[in-house]
Design a protein around this ligand. Structure first.
Ligand SMILES: Nc1nc2c(ncn2[C@@H]2O[C@H](COP(=O)(O)OP(=O)(O)OP(=O)(O)O)[C@@H](O)[C@H]2O)c(=O)[nH]1
Ligand SMILES: [Mg+2]
Length: 290
């Protein structure tokens, strides 16, 4: 059984068309109504979707509920797409085909494999930066880590239990895919940004997602992220301390600047190094369940 799963928050203008256009491509269309205050749930139900309703918790929470539903209902393939009309349901078969014909676990619809993409400059740059950080953590070489248009195999549906409530869930899922040894392929898709005016909103979102991506990657590579800067600071602290001692012993001059600098650098370095060691041991301990 194939499900099309749509997270939706106040999408009454677009949801009917998306449900109707998705139905011919799958066995079930499931809409997660994430606490909408408009008619999204009723319109989706009337259009033929199964509607899961929950209080508004964010995109990630909606995706998690859709994973839970698909697992419980034994879906063989789950395709996620946005409820705001930016993804074209007629491209659902492209993603399903990547799973069935090419035997991958996760197919990601990428906006950047096709020249017709309408994403504006700042948005493209933001997604590229987040994607580079995410690729560093996953060892994948994908072009669009933030795409919500994806398909998951049964193995992926069973293995992935997202916990991020917001938009960072896209990165979280990629990290989990990588940790579980599942395979990924990208498929070119088109995206529509018609009528979208949420520039400020997107920039704040982007910064939040980038911070979360760095959090995930730093947990995965703690020695590089905290250990190397930590050691560098400790060495700098020792050098400054040496200069202070040298001046004090040779000339009896108490050079408070280098004494204070040395202590601060050494302490910061020690904190970072301890963080690196703790994260490294923890990551090893929980890696299997992560
Ligand atoms: N913003 C937002 N979207 C949610 C929420 N819950 C579910 N969604 C749905 O998640 C999908 C993606 O949300 P968007 O805000 O369009 O995110 P985006 O496409 O990355 O950002 P834009 O490029 O600004 O459209 C839409 O179908 C929303 O209806 C929520 O709490 N907030
Ligand atoms: Mg959108």
């Amino acid at each position: 059984m194939k499900f099309a799963c749509i997270p939706a928050y106040n999408e009454e203008d677009t949801i009917q068309k998306i449900v109707t256009k998705s139905l011919p491509h799958v066995d079930r269309v499931v809409v997660c109504d994430d606490g909408s205050t408009d008619n999204t749930a009723k319109i989706a139900r009337d259009a033929g979707a199964i509607v899961i309703s929950q209080s508004n918790q964010g995109y990630g929470a909606a995706i998690a509920s859709l994973f839970d539903y698909s697992r419980k209902e034994n879906a063989q393939i789950m395709v996620t797409l946005d409820g705001d009309g930016q993804h074209n349901p007629d491209q659902i078969p492209l993603l399903i085909d990547a799973i069935t014909a090419h035997n991958v676990d996760v197919a990601i619809g990428s906006r950047f494999l096709d020249d017709t993409t309408q994403a504006s400059g700042y948005r493209k740059t933001g997604i590229k930066i987040i994607t580079s950080a995410s690729n560093y953590g996953t060892n994948f070489k994908i072009s669009d880590s933030q795409s919500g248009f994806r398909a998951y195999s049964k193995d992926a549906i069973d293995a992935i239990h997202p916990t991020e409530q917001g938009m960072s869930v896209s990165t979280e899922i990629l990290l989990k895919i990588s940790n579980k040894g599942l395979s990924v392929a990208e498929v070119p898709i088109t995206i529509s940004y018609q009528g979208d005016t949420s520039e400020q909103h997107s920039v704040t979102h982007g910064v939040g997602v980038l911070a979360n991506t760095i959090k995930y990657v730093s947990i995965k590579h703690p020695l590089q992220f905290y250990g190397i800067p930590g050691l560098t600071l400790i060495i700098a602290g020792l050098v400054l301390g040496g200069i202070f001692l040298d001046r004090y012993l040779n000339d009896q001059v108490v050079f408070y600047g280098s004494l204070l600098g040395s202590i601060i650098l050494f302490l910061l370095g020690a904190i970072l190094s301890v963080t690196a060691i703790i994260l490294f041991s923890m990551a090893n301990l929980i890696r299997d369940r992560y």
